[in-house]
Write a protein that binds this ligand. Structure first.
Ligand SMILES: *Cc1c(COP(=O)(O)O)cnc(C)c1O
Length: 409
């Protein structure tokens, strides 16, 4: 439960924040480190005087810390403006390395983040060929299908570690092993996983990995790209020689230091947080399953500890959100409301939900501070809101009158 100052009335509003997959609130530590860095560490790491060199020292300390957490080397970490930038640079890098060898085929999955899918579309326009693997009803890529899709001219495989909408976790280590044995570069968008699941780039055979601070209680506008040594990175931003010449622009030191602190904290508390979140997640799943003609999206087992995603037949996602917001619950829907379009989410379509059903979907991405009492409050209100919306939904009437067949049991 967060106490958020109401910017209109100046009075605090109580909110149960269940949209941590969209962004998280900064931790107290991350906030303190950020504020301190903004005040003290203002020097430019490229400057030669003491203040600049102090900043440079802190920057490199942060790089070493981040590297250690994912079992990488400091020089394999490149700081970026976030997950989208890291994704773009990783894909461009894989494509350019492939192009030099005459390889123009890239493999990904149907339910990647748009930072991946839209970059792939751009590469397709530039002569690359893309295969999107299906993710099936359970929301998981099949390793045998990946293996079968690899061709002589495949230069890159990019599969996310955990999906941002339905939370399903992919068999990353197996995929990494196959890619290694077939001599194909492997990138993973691990934005939903870093700080939430253990990551070991060596053990999992990951060549490139993207992460973003604001998904693990760090600040917005900062993230990192891990690229195994020996991989020649292509630049997205040209200019100065920062980040070993691979990402120009004066380093966002306050952001980087704050991200590092947030990551250290997240990793230190990971087991404890995950055990608690899993308990509340399963409690929510059990409670919401009582709603008739509803279904959990994505399988329950290989799932992020904080993710609950349900479809309710006969209603629309957007209206659930507005009504839940009025009850003090911040959640997200399955439709692509971010893009302002009425298309249902490509993720829900990829697991076989038809348009009508995908429209009535709700994602709750809980944080480590959630309580069982709050979960009870959420269940009670979702039940109420779904029943209310169904009471005047023409689709629901057709379903109950037998004019249309129910899809969800
Ligand atoms: C949030 C997110 C991104 C984008 O990260 P930004 O730092 O917001 O650019 C990319 N991929 C996934 C899976 C995400 O959840």
């Amino acid at each position: 439960m967060y106490n958020i100052p109401d910017y209109k009335k100046g009075e605090p509003i109580m909110q149960i924040y269940a949209d941590n997959a969209a962004t998280t609130r900064m931790s107290e530590t991350a906030l303190a480190v950020m504020t301190e860095a903004l005040k003290i560490d203002f020097g430019n790491p490229s400057s030669l005087y003491t203040i600049g060199q102090k900043a440079k020292e802190k920057l490199e300390e942060a790089r070493a810390e981040v590297a250690k957490i994912i079992n990488a080397e400091p020089r394999e970490i490149l700081f970026t403006s976030g997950g989208s930038e890291a994704d773009n640079q990783a894909l461009l890098t894989g494509a350019m390395i492939g192009k030099k060898k005459g390889k123009k085929h890239i493999i990904s999955s149907a339910f990647e983040h748009h930072a991946i899918l839209h970059t792939l579309r751009k590469l397709e326009k530039n002569g690359f060929e893309v295969t999107l693997l299906p993710v099936h009803e359970n929301g998981i890529v099949r390793v045998d299908e990946l293996e079968a899709a690899i061709r002589e001219d495949t230069c890159l495989v990019t599969i996310m570690t955990a999906n941002n909408e339905i939370g399903t976790i992919q068999p990353i280590a197996e995929i990494g092993e196959i890619c290694k044995s077939r001599g194909v570069l492997f990138h993973t968008d691990a934005v939903q996983a870093v700080g939430h699941l253990p990551i070991d780039v060596k053990q999992q055979n990951i060549d490139m990995l993207s992460a973003s601070a604001h998904k693990f209680h760090g600040p917005k506008g900062v993230g990192f790209l891990y690229a195994r040594k020996g991989i020649l990175l292509s630049n997205l931003i040209e200019g100065g020689a920062q980040e070993r010449g691979k990402r120009a622009g004066t380093e966002n030191l306050p952001g980087i230091l704050s991200m590092t602190a947030a990551l250290q904290e997240a990793v230190a508390d990971m087991d404890k947080n995950n055990a608690h979140m899993k308990k509340v997640r399963d409690y929510l799943i059990e409670g919401l399953s009582e709603i008739p003609h509803s279904a959990l999206n994505g399988e329950k087992e290989h799932r992020l500890p904080g993710n609950v995603n349900f479809s309710f037949e006969g209603i629309e996602g957007e209206s659930i959100l507005i009504l839940l917001d009025m009850k003090g619950i911040s959640a997200s829907s399955g439709s692509a409301c971010t893009s302002g379009s009425l298309d249902p989410s490509h993720v829900l379509l990829s697991i076989g939900r038809i348009h009508d059903v995908a429209h009535g979907s709700l994602r709750l991405s809980i944080g480590e501070d959630i309580t069982i009492e709050e979960a009870d409050y959420i269940i009670e209100n979702v039940k109420e809101v779904v029943a209310h919306l169904r009471s005047f939904s023409p689709v629901w009437r057709d379903l109950t009158e037998g004019k249309k067949e129910f899809i969800l049991k």
